[in-house]
Ligand binder design. Structure first.
Ligand SMILES: NC(=O)c1ccc[n+]([C@@H]2O[C@H](COP(=O)([O-])OP(=O)(O)OC[C@H]3O[C@@H](n4cnc5c(N)ncnc54)[C@H](O)[C@@H]3O)[C@@H](O)[C@H]2O)c1
Length: 321
């Protein structure tokens, strides 16, 4: 019996794959390789090259590989791009979720762990975001992730599935040098790219109502995040049919953009001397997770800190960048 991992050739998926294997599960990857890369899927792990929107192909993969549960990461994830191409984001992320739910029903697969995001909360004004904080996404990307939660929650209730949604906060770091984040949109790779190009990394706004004026986020190591999926898979499998739950996956610790720059300076061994530029529209001043529910229910807690994230990301960047 295997777990089907959609998006397993991507940055986070490659780590989740190894965490599921580490927990003793067989894994089958389904990925269209639109942003993922084949070399991140280890030898011996079946890779089905298909879109999650191809319901028949997904259901066939489930039946052929004796799939018992799904970890669903395949999605488009760039906030700015989602503003420019909302129809595409709804097609890929919302119709993708619906197609996957259809395939699960067709193939008789019950359990699913769904990759959601802190983007479902939008521009919150609270110290710590709990799972009960109202969800008011401010981008098409965040909207599609929230609708995905609703799709699986409602289908679970009607068709007896078991769903756990994980709302990731700011994912960073690498589990090994081959698995770094090369994405253009996350802060730490953006800083490394600037350094590699001999440019000053940019801080988008230093006039926020925070102690040092820059935005505060909750950074979570991708290897810790991956472990949360293995814990959630076990939780979903043990939960009664028809149930759904959503958990914040963060550390409950805020770090400002200047904190990140200071940590990067320590890791690279020189002062990165960032340049302050204008705010970006839609960036909340502070968003930090309350992470207690995941600890209590899933038995999961983050073990790595910001230095671990920056050091592992820098090592991977130098190895492959
Ligand atoms: N990286 C972050 O900071 C972050 C934060 C919150 C949530 N997430 C969520 O985590 C998930 C994975 O993100 P990532 O950072 O690893 O991105 P990624 O782009 O590296 O990985 C996405 C993977 O999904 C595949 N894919 C995309 N659309 C597909 C489709 N229609 N059918 C099959 N495969 C498809 C891609 O080829 C890729 O391998 C996404 O659902 C994203 O919304 C990411």
């Amino acid at each position: 019996m295997s777990w089907l991992l959609t998006g397993g050739a991507g940055y986070i998926g490659a780590h989740v794959l190894r965490a599921l294997q580490g927990a003793g599960h067989e894994v089958v990857v389904l990925d269209d390789l639109s942003t993922g890369v084949r070399r991140k899927v280890p030898e011996g792990v079946p890779l089905v090259r298909a879109s999650v929107r191809d319901t028949a192909a997904v259901a066939r993969a489930m039946t052929e590989h004796g799939v018992r549960g799904v970890v669903h990461l395949a999605a488009k994830k760039a906030v700015g791009e989602s503003v420019e191409r909302p129809r595409w984001y709804y097609q890929e992320n919302v119709l993708g979720a619906l197609s996957l739910a259809d395939a699960m029903i067709e193939a008789g697969v019950r359990d699913i762990v769904y990759s959601s995001s802190a983007a479902v909360y939008g521009a919150v004004d609270v110290d710590l975001v709990t799972e009960d904080t109202p969800t008011l996404p401010v981008s098409p990307y965040g909207e599609t992730k929230l609708i995905g939660e609703w799709v699986f929650r409602d289908v679970a209730a009607a068709h007896g599935l078991s769903v756990v949604a994980l709302r990731y906060f700011n994912v960073a770091g690498a589990g090994s040098d081959a698995l770094g984040d090369t994405g253009a949109f996350n802060l730490i790779p953006m800083v490394f790219r600037a350094l590699s190009n001999g440019e000053r990394p940019q801080v988008f706004g230093a006039d926020y109502p925070t102690p040092d004026g820059s935005c505060i986020r909750d950074y979570i190591h991708v290897a810790d995040l991956a472990d949360a999926h293995a814990a959630a898979a076990g939780f979903a499998a043990a939960a009664p049919a028809g149930g759904s739950a959503a958990y914040n996956i963060g550390r409950g610790v805020g770090a400002s953009v200047f904190d990140v720059m200071a940590t990067v300076s320590q890791v690279v061994g020189y002062d990165v001397a960032a340049e302050v530029v204008a705010r970006r529209p839609g960036d909340p001043a502070r968003i930090v997770a309350a992470a207690d529910a995941a600890r209590t229910d899933l038995g999961w807690t983050a073990r790595r800190d910001l230095s671990d994230m920056v050091a592992s990301a820098w090592s991977a960047w130098q190895a492959t960048g």
